[in-house]
Write a protein that binds this ligand. Structure first.
Ligand SMILES: [Zn+2]
Length: 160
């Protein structure tokens, strides 16, 4: 099953491409390349057909795909801003769903929309180094069920 995401690796940074060539190499419709040009993909416009530098194309596609994929630990994808955003005031709430994972909630630092994301309880320690995490329903790590494995060892030893 071929993904709909263009195959960026086929683009050579030091080549230049016409929009037809770029579309063919990436395996996308010509209309997609036209849309990227309108959206700010740099190109050399003082000749026809104009040329797109491979490096510019790669960078453009990298940047464009990034927001959907990569939020930093303390960042959320804000659906109003349409990009990763930090928590207003560095304030994040953690609501456990299971012993191992839960949901983070915060307010977008830019537009004040409430943002959520799923989060692994094992990363809470890391997150607390960069944000003020609070636990409206209790810190799962203080719940005996949430204490990691080293305690099994302790229990076994205690019983033996
Ligand atoms: Zn926002």
């Amino acid at each position: 099953m071929a993904g709909r995401r263009p195959n960026r690796r086929a683009i050579k940074r030091h080549y230049s491409y016409t929009s037809e060539e770029a579309a063919a190499v990436l395996g996308v419709a010509k209309g997609s390349v036209r849309r990227w040009l309108k959206a700010g993909l740099p190109h050399i416009a003082d000749q026809r057909p104009f040329l797109i530098l491979g490096g510019d194309l790669r960078d453009f596609l990298d940047k464009r795909d990034k927001p959907k994929q990569r939020c930093g630990l303390g960042e959320f994808f804000c659906f109003r801003c349409r990009e990763p955003k930090g928590a207003a005031g560095g304030l994040i709430d953690y609501t456990p769903r299971t012993v191992l994972s839960g949901q983070l909630s915060a307010i977008c630092e830019t537009c004040e929309t409430i943002m959520h994301k799923n989060f692994s309880a094992s990363k809470l320690g890391l997150l607390e180094r960069q944000a003020a995490v609070s636990f409206p329903q209790g810190d799962p790590r203080l719940n005996e069920m949430g204490i990691p494995r080293r305690n099994d060892h302790f229990r076994k030893g205690a019983k033996a």
